[in-house]
Write a protein that binds this ligand. Sequence first.
Ligand code: ADP
Ligand code: MG
Ligand code: MG
Length: 908
Amino acid sequence: MSNKSVYVFGPSRTDGAADMKNTLGGKGANLAEMCRLGISVPPGLTISAEVCTVYTEQGADAVRKLIEAEVLAGVAFIEKEMGKKFGNAADPLLVSVRSGSRASMPGMMDTILNLGLNEEAVKGLAAKSGNERFAWDSYRRFIQMYGDVVMGLKPVSKEDHDPFEEIIDEIKEKKGVELDTQLGVDDLKHMVAEFKALIAKRLDREFPSDPWEQLWGAIMAVFESWNNDRAKLYRKMNDIPDSWGTAVNVQSMVFGNLGDKSGTGVAFTRDAAVGEDIFNGEFLVNAQGEDVVAGIRTPQQITLEGSRRWAQLAQVSEDDRRTKYPSMEELMPEIYQQLLKTETALENHYKDMQDIEFTIQEGKLWMLQTRSAKRTGAAMVRVAMEMLEQGMIDEKTAVLRVSPDRLNELLHPVFDRAAIKSARSIANGLPASPGASTGQIVFFADEAEQWVQNGLDVILVRQETSPEDLRGMAAAKGILTARGGMTSHAAVVARGMGKCCVSGAGAIRVDPRARTMTIDGKVYKEGDWISLDGSTGLVYEGKIPTKDADLSGDFGKLMDIAERYKKLAVRANADTPEDARVARNFGAVGIGLCRTEHMFFEGDRIKAVREMILARDEEGRRRALAKLLPMQRSDFEGIFTAMDGLPVTIRLLDPPLHEFLPHDDVNQREMAIEMGLTYEGIKHRVNDLHEANPMMGHRGCRLGITYPEITEMQARAIFEAALNVKAQGITPKVEIMIPLVGTVREFNSQAKVIRDTAEAVFAERGSTVEFMVGTMIETPRGALVADSIGKQAEFFSFGTNDLTQMTLGFSRDDVGKFLPHYLKAGMYEQDPFQSIDQKGVGQLVKMGVNKGRSVRPAIKLGVCGEHGGDPASVEFFHRAGLDYVSCSPFRVPIARLAAAQAAITNAK
Ligand code: ADP
Ligand code: MG
Ligand code: MG
């Protein structure tokens, strides 16, 4: 720890700078930087964040001992700069006390303004300013803020109102006025007395009148707030270490509540919603602090252009706008020009879009904060690309400016911005899969399909979904379920399809028989219009127009640049020609995982699949497989055609067979009738197939080893499809992948079936295609003996879902019971199924990479599985030296950008 704990800033001396965020926090560092740039900032001091750790470990007395002398010297500095004395009743120096950590953090202590006032000083302030109303308004604000944030006077319960606001409301009511600006001096004096009485009564303590006691109380309250529950939770959610601590800023007050030539506001150097390069913001005349964001009065726009746009949206006439809500540009043209100059200077200096806070005191502009502005995904992209074009930043910086995950917001349809403002939300559920959708309610999957065939837009509403609903889900614009979480069937499938989904909307009662859903007593019938926002989980009544994602423009440019920097190729996990086309559109350069089993559920196929499973011998199985062959073949033709010229990795059948059989009585009986078998027979067979732990049971290559005819049929379907499309001038690039291999013998046995089948098909057709046979590395043993397998396999694809499951011994189907608790307790830092466990599972991946390359230097190495679309995991895979990652189609752009960022940051 350095010896220095207090850093001052002001026109004559500034100790800190922008690059000292670790010590001074974001706010303190940027206040110092603005002083260095010659921008007018009220002078102040910053207590280093390191002191926060002293507070946490040793308490308030230790802090006071450590920093008292420095704080006294710092306050003396402010006094000199301002020509006023702290604690002097005749002409008091007042200060604000503001928290500020390295990362901007809601949940920290609220700012305290006007600190230093008491019964004497308020009179001095009134006399000195010649404005008694202002003095008492400042005093009542101070007591209110200090009483709340330092002394802890909160509403009694969460249903209660803020007790201070209640007093204000009573006084306003008695006076018959609407706004606090309409209250007079006597009202404010009365308010001060009431506030103090309330504090004395509720807390059994007098409000402190000694300015120094006030100051130390506020400083310690800031440190204390670092460890409140809200702040801790926020840190956990955002990976902010507890050890960072918060800094404390003590800053001389400037007053926006000194009358009509004063005011306060916030502004953005560009538009934070869409990224347009237009200065914008709001301000209030004769106001202080957070009045602008508090929404008590309607704030006015800063620019004339912004004011006009606002009036149009708010349906305010031009006359009303000009007289009641004029812009700062019209009202205070000189200040406006200064503000414009300052915001331009700040953006040019920081080379990023800024979010600024300012106050005007009797015609003089003071800056109180600047920081890089939070923005939507769309704004991230546009601002980065425009700053690149404007020559403010270079390509690498532009690529690094966009959080890959936020691209999600750009890839899906969105609601019309004006229309959504007047929409009525009727329920909310989980934001299961992003995007906006609008359509007519349908309660059955097959009917959804029919309606869509008839040219209608539908929302499929279900209690919950199952694999049988797939086609209806694919046809619908959006999916709404009453039950199920973020990993429910509906949620997972919808995300895979890139389809908007709201799941687990508990307030909805679905009655499929009556074809109605009921929310809060209101009944919605089949055919009624609703709209879903899968990014917020909100359900709206009626039809709200949506707009398709625009993949050209700035987004396209960003992707082109990313493409030039990244080393990892990005493929997609896609099982249908439609998914393949979407993926290609998003820039996928191949399919890394085509799961054949998904094809088995469609339409009549499930019957043939069930016949195959129920067959008593090889002959019966071959008969059923012969029915499946043409269906699989045509699927592959579709996918090869969609991916013309790009590699397609097809995985042989993987899941345990019982997944294809019905488990409940009703469906088993139905199936018995359909197949001309007895219900008992089916029940018996289902029981036969039951496994205690199916994830580690009869699945993967184990199926093909016990029933080689399945592998043979699949291989035949693949090769015949490849030859068929080749005859039409399409270039199929075939990669066949054997799942769940743990020993080279398993691999060899399946590879032989595949290669023999290829030879047979090629001989029959008198034509050939090139192909590769490779394996998934997804059992720990597979990784451990990857050198032995690599001698035979032409490629590896790391199946990180199973590899995680088996390495950690966490059954994916059961983690819901303990993982949330585990994460909360810090047993793992992140959900290992979402972001790869680099220290554990990641080591197996690295080992597999090294062993594979040691025996076959040109071996192709990829990753399929959810991790392929997670930016942190992509960065790890880049470092591990893989050739490609594969992820669901809608995550392809995210993975591409993450891969470019990995290449840029690791080259630095
Ligand atoms: P937050 O981090 O919540 O934005 P701040 O510390 O920035 O909190 O304070 C909120 C607002 O309080 C500022 O935007 C400003 O309007 C007002 N404020 C803070 N310090 C001062 C000051 N020294 N003089 C005048 N107003 C101030
Ligand atoms: Mg602020
Ligand atoms: Mg697997």
